[in-house]
Design a protein around this ligand. Sequence first.
Ligand code: PLP
Ligand code: COI
Length: 344
Amino acid sequence: MANLDWTKLGFGYRKTNTILSCSYKDGQWGPVESHTDDNLTINAFAGALHYSIECFEGLKAFRGADGKVRLFRPEENAKRLQRSANYIGIAAPSVDRFIEMCVRAVKENIDFLPPYGTNASMYLRPTLIGVNPQLGVKSSTECLFLMLCAPVGAYTGSTLQPSYVVISRDYDRAAPNGTGSFKLGSNYAASLYSYNLAHKLGYEAVLYLDPLHHQYIDEFNSSNFFAIRGNSYITPKSDTILPSITNKSLETVAKELGMTVERRPVPVEELSTFEEVGECGTAVVITPVYQIDDRPALESSEVKPYYFGSKDQCGPKSLKLYQMIRGIQDGEIEDPFGWCLLVD
Ligand code: PLP
Ligand code: COI
């Protein structure tokens, strides 16, 4: 077991034992290789470096209360990677290859899997890049699929600590009819200017609106949006947001808890009616939001704030959702939906 303070892990790079790779060349995938060095040698003309021919995934492995290791819904990530790869016209690994590499990465790095009860987990970062040398703007014909991992704690540094966010009205992360619903690295690059501005203003995340009308809520820079009003779980329906596996799971959990689920366009003004708001995603799990500031422009001094619950406590319904999903991931609650894959 690695000598780490598991309760103090943030969300960052940490050297583990190995990374895995698998190459696609001449129309076929080669063998899976394991490397102790995290540095890659790739051609400087690789399409990934010039035209962002890259897509990725994020999923977690957990050490359960029963000592068993669980991967949360890896098949969903495998399929979403295939969808992203298809959009940029590159080959993607099969679902079986994807899952085999997740399992192997966990096993080879098992001493970096945080123990049960620490609120930490192992984050897996499947990454697919175009690697053949090219100058023209074309989909890559040769790819490298990597399975990377790192032990992580809370994304924001502190579990369930309510956050401060700002609406971006002058910058969008995705275009109408664009790439917003695919997990492409280029979407994250596109969000960095507004994120950096927001960060300088003291906000932890940016909330983007629908890029066509700027009337409806889309999602945060690294997570989906959900809100609670009465007994309803409300989350945006939009073509420009990432179809979050956590959000989809929370919709199921909410129904299981007897809540009504509404997936529909959510006008910004509706924020004033919500009792609880949260970010959801693999990295953030559920991060409650205490305050959302609406500014005509990120750097404008004019601010319309919306507040939700308490500034140092997660709301009761968000907490219930959190406890159920984390309980399933940790093997404390029976997994009625068959979401967890046991790594033996
Ligand atoms: N939206 C964005 C922009 C993200 O980066 C993420 C993180 O993966 C999510 C939503 C949440 O998706 P998931 O729950 O599948 O991790
Ligand atoms: C995830 O939650 O897995 C993400 O990819 C979000 C972010 C760290 C990019």
